[in-house]
Design a protein around this ligand. Structure first.
Ligand code: 5RP
Length: 295
């Protein structure tokens, strides 16, 4: 217990030093509570304001995908090269070590499997907020189906997660799914991202498209882009570069990293764009150099 022995005789109230009142480093999130901001600071690097998220949650609707048959073998070695792991509680609990620094963005909803013709029929709350907290998640991800039969159910699910997230200090990632009849263009993504933000999602995941700068400008909270199907490495890096240059705050990539001919080099190359301002060309050169040196 503190006692008076050895105390300095005079106190200093630093009357000439103004108290820091600067806002939070991510747009649109300054009025959230401490816990939300603290967790978001684990997802997004406060220096670059951006995030590299590795998505390997595919199994929750499609079983094992190429590259995810053994997550302990293929995904675990990539962990040191990304900021955030986006996976299910089953995958993370079974195949990863709790002794890691990376943040967790927990896939929280249950959605229709690939066996359904239309996977956008709707969804529901899969993981309770209590379990997300138990897993020390830094965010929960909620799938939504704007413009599809499941729109209402998925927005209801999103709202319940936002209510619980605000109650417990857990950020909610609203994920824009692309239904069968939805075109991947700025018109749709402008609509969908804005709807999710207005329903309270703290950050949004959507696909890259033409006129992407309009999508990021009209969304009041940060956007990260989804990777999508596997592209040649140079094209995937170019997409990441264009997205970051046009206002995205990060990249949430799965197949373009873990199905790469060199997943470690690819994860690092994406990080160069997201955090270090590399152009796509510089990042591709880096990828090729790393690939050679890792052999
Ligand atoms: C689907 C998702 C998944 O996380 C994502 O599709 C997986 O990543 P990738 O498409 O880059 O392989 O959010 O909506």
């Amino acid at each position: 217990m503190a006692d008076n022995i050895g105390n300095k005789p005079s106190k200093d109230y630093y009357l000439d030093v103004p108290v820091e009142t600067e806002g939070f480093f991510l747009k649109g999130l300054n009025n959230n509570d401490f816990g939300i901001k603290n967790r978001l600071s684990r997802i997004f690097n406060p220096k670059s304001k951006n995030a590299v998220v590795l998505a390997f949650d595919h199994g929750y609707i499609m079983g094992s995908t190429a590259g995810l048959e053994r997550m302990d073998v293929t995904i675990k070695p990539l962990v040191p090269y990304v900021d955030v792991l986006m996976g299910t509680r089953g995958a993370i609990r079974s195949s990863f070590s709790p002794a890691m620094d990376q943040a967790i963005c927990l896939r929280a909803t249950h959605d229709a499997s690939v066996l359904y013709d239309d996977m956008s029929i709707g969804n529901g709350a899969g993981v309770e907020m209590e379990d997300a907290i138990r897993m020390n998640a830094s965010a929960v991800a909620v799938q939504t189906f704007i413009g599809s039969p499941g729109e209402t159910a998925s927005l209801e699910t999103l709202c319940r997660y936002v209510d619980a997230g605000d109650r417990y200090g857990m950020p909610v990632l609203g994920v824009v799914a692309v239904g069968k009849q939805m075109e991947r263009n700025a018109k749709f993504f402008l609509l969908a991202t804005r709807i999710l933000a207005e329903h309270g999602a703290h950050f949004i995941k959507t696909y890259y498209c033409e006129d992407f700068e309009k999508v990021t400008a009209a969304c009041p909270v940060p956007i990260i882009i989804a990777g999508g199907k596997k592209l040649p490495e140079a094209e995937a890096l170019s997409m990441a570069y264009r997205a970051i240059s046009q206002g995205a705050h990060g990249v949430d990539m799965g197949r373009n990293i873990f199905q790469s001919e060199d997943p470690v080099a690819m994860a690092q190359a994406v990080g160069k764009i997201v955090h270090e301002g590399y152009t796509d060309r510089e990042a591709y050169e880096f990828f090729q150099d790393r690939k050679r040196s890792l052999k």
